[in-house]
Design a protein around this ligand. Structure first.
Ligand code: ZN
Length: 267
């Protein structure tokens, strides 16, 4: 069951809307929950599509989860996936269920009982943007099977799989990285030093995609070494130290090769 929007305040003795705090029943603050619920392997999907279409969407999501899990060599998770009918309903839901993500266009988080939730909103035709859905489903694989990855790797992998599994080059992102020129070095060093729960900006996301793609394709690293970066680190270990321990070189030393890769990689 999705969490209710109403909580009872002991002092007032009246139910208040958890979102707007209006006494009794407010109008318009409760998210409209999806009406259709289907269950397939790996996924329980809630959306507003007719059952047959919902089933197809759930099957696609389940197959994608299976593919990413296989790529990352772990067992697939079984998230509940909510596709809210619009961005407003998604935000209202997130304010209640996971306030730190309330302004996001999609979210993946664990509930108090350890369940895994993916929440996105529908676009035209009642379907979510496939990139958004794949992004959040990748977070679900990472959240279920690994200790919290470092932000650069968490967002790097989530973006890498946005276009499908196995991941491929993204010409648009590569061109944008190329335009950063020598500025790339400093941004990479800054990004990999960011601790868990740090806020990433748009450039951080772009560099996270780039460095993850670079490491996957670099002869000295590759998938096997990248997966090693997902293993739990020491809680007290600084992000930059963890990067160096996992990858065997400093972010500064790696930055030069990364820039070279970006300059010469084809599209
Ligand atoms: Zn993300």
């Amino acid at each position: 069951m999705p969490p209710a929007c109403y909580s009872v305040l002991a002092l007032a003795g009246w139910p208040r809307c958890a979102v707007c705090a209006a006494l009794a029943v407010c109008l318009g603050c409760a998210p409209t929950f999806p009406a259709t619920r289907v269950r397939v392997t790996n996924v329980e999907l809630h959306c507003d599509l007719p059952p047959a279409e919902a089933n197809d969407l759930a099957a696609d999501a389940g197959a994608f989860l299976g593919g990413v899990s296989q790529y990352l060599q772990v067992a697939p998770p079984s998230p509940r996936v909510y596709v809210f009918r619009n961005g407003r309903s998604l935000r209202l839901y997130l304010r209640r269920a996971c306030p730190v993500f309330s302004e996001r266009t999609g979210a993946c988080f664990k509930t108090d009982d350890g369940g895994l939730v993916v929440a996105v909103s529908a676009g035209p035709g009642g379907r979510p943007d496939p990139h958004d859905l794949r992004h959040e489903l990748t977070h679900a694989v990472l959240a279920a099977r690994f200790a919290p990855p470092m932000p650069w790797l968490d967002e790097g992998l989530a973006q890498l799989f946005e276009n499908g599994c196995p991941p491929g080059v993204d010409d648009n992102r590569l061109a944008r990285l190329r335009r950063m020129g020598t500025g790339l070095d400093g941004r990479l060093v800054e990004l990999v030093s960011k601790e868990r729960h740090a806020q990433l900006d748009g450039t951080d996301y772009l560099v996270a995609w780039g460095v993850t793609w670079f490491l996957l394709n670099d002869r000295a690293f590759g998938r096997k070494k990248l997966l090693r970066c997902l293993e739990p680190g020491l809680l007290s270990e600084k992000a930059a130290h963890r990067f160096r321990r996992n990858l065997g070189e400093t972010p500064q030393a790696l930055a030069q090769r990364f820039r070279q890769f970006v300059r010469t990689a084809s599209p």
